[in-house]
Design a protein around this ligand. Sequence first.
Ligand code: FE2
Ligand code: FE2
Length: 187
Amino acid sequence: MTIVWKSRWNTGLEAIDRQHHSIAEHINKLGAAIPSAKTAQPESHDHDADEYAHYAFLFQSLSTGEFSYVLEDLIVCLETHFDFEENLHQQTHYQLSDSHKETHDVFLSRIKKYKERFAAGEDVAEKLHRILTKWIEHHIQYDMDYAATVKQLPPSVIAEMISVENANVKVGFVRSFALFAKVLTKK
Ligand SMILES: [Fe+2]
Ligand SMILES: [Fe+2]
């Protein structure tokens, strides 16, 4: 299932909305990289069974690698986004910051466990993608509460906080880029 952005998901905080968009795009990319979706039989049926098995194996390993890479990147994106939100909560003395952080931590460790299971060869890609697709809507609805708190502040204060936090997001992107470079040098 592809995530289609809904206008009711806009929190009114541009930086947050941009990050949520990016997370949704990553989840869609992950859906497109689900290994089973890439192992469709080749169009030509001229080759014999051995040859088909060889290509099936090749497609499988290529797509498994792609799924792993997109998943790694998504996890970096989630960690960066959660840090961004939690720092905003601290700066605004958001009352539910502890319980909100707990939902982030629990979800992240759940996703990391799925990542380990996938890496160990378990067929969990589709299930993981389904969980993420459902999760994003809940996550954004939950964020609406602190977004309302932040939006009560003067625009100049919000702008200053967002610019500090945007610098932190860049650190996250650098991490993501470093990860990409690592994957490339492994090839
Ligand atoms: Fe969020
Ligand atoms: Fe959140």
